[in-house]
Design a protein around this ligand. Structure first.
Ligand code: NI
Length: 216
């Protein structure tokens, strides 16, 4: 398949898999991440085809969705069915593997420029106003509470404990979202993260003020 056709077919495939997804990993997340990743990839001189294909497929086998009842290995099977060469397929799977956040104390930095572009794009979509909306959608989807002042945030140093966490959604800001700004791996990612980060701080301050009755 030619690159352009492969991308279009993959887009349709991903749309069909993520249809009705309600934990913040729906098609529109993929759409935003693809656009951000391409923008960053251009500014970094990365391989645009590889970045776009990886962006489209990056959440198809995500552990969060698999734990919620999905199957593994959809990415590999799809690429094989499209007759994508083994090298490219492996490259895509490696990039996707490197993208996921695995806990506050787990290092996921990379030297791979295509992976950097996608990782920054995915993390930008996890912060700011969209990030806030997605975080509460995810929490609700997993049956988590909104906030409990008696449960303190935890800095997870290994992926297994991070995965098991069932803390209220507000804790997720401290366990992940507020840390992302300083983990951006490209210049553009760092610039775009600043404003989104500040907006989350603004949101949290207002949230606590309302919670504590300071705005009466
Ligand atoms: Ni994602």
């Amino acid at each position: 398949m030619e690159n352009e056709h492969l991308l279009k077919a993959t887009e349709n495939f991903v749309k069909s898999v993520l249809e009705g997804e309600s934990s913040g990993h729906d098609w529109w997340h993929i759409h935003r991440v693809r656009n951000l990743a391409l923008m960053i990839a251009k500014s970094e001189g990365a391989d645009l085809f590889v970045v776009e294909l990886a962006a489209l497929l990056h959440d198809i086998d995500d552990w969060k969705l698999i734990e919620a009842g999905g199957e593994e290995q959809k990415t590999k099977t799809w690429l094989r069915n499209c007759n994508v060469g083994e090298n490219v397929a492996e490259r895509i799977c490696n990039i996707i593997e490197g993208v996921s956040f695995k806990g506050a104390g787990v290092n996921t930095s990379t030297n791979d420029i295509e992976c950097k572009a996608l990782q920054d794009a995915d993390r930008l979509d996890a912060i700011g106003a969209v990030g806030i909306a997605r975080t509460f959608a995810y929490g609700g989807n997993r049956g988590r509470g909104i906030y409990d002042p008696e449960i303190q945030p935890e800095m997870h140093t290994d992926f297994e404990n991070y995965k098991k966490s069932n803390a209220p959604t507000i804790n997720h800001f401290y366990e992940k979202l507020l840390l992302l700004k300083d983990q951006m791996q490209t210049k553009m990612g760092r610039n775009l993260a600043e404003q989104r980060h500040d907006f989350m701080i603004l949101f949290l301050n207002q949230f606590y003020d309302e919670w504590n009755g300071k705005l009466l």
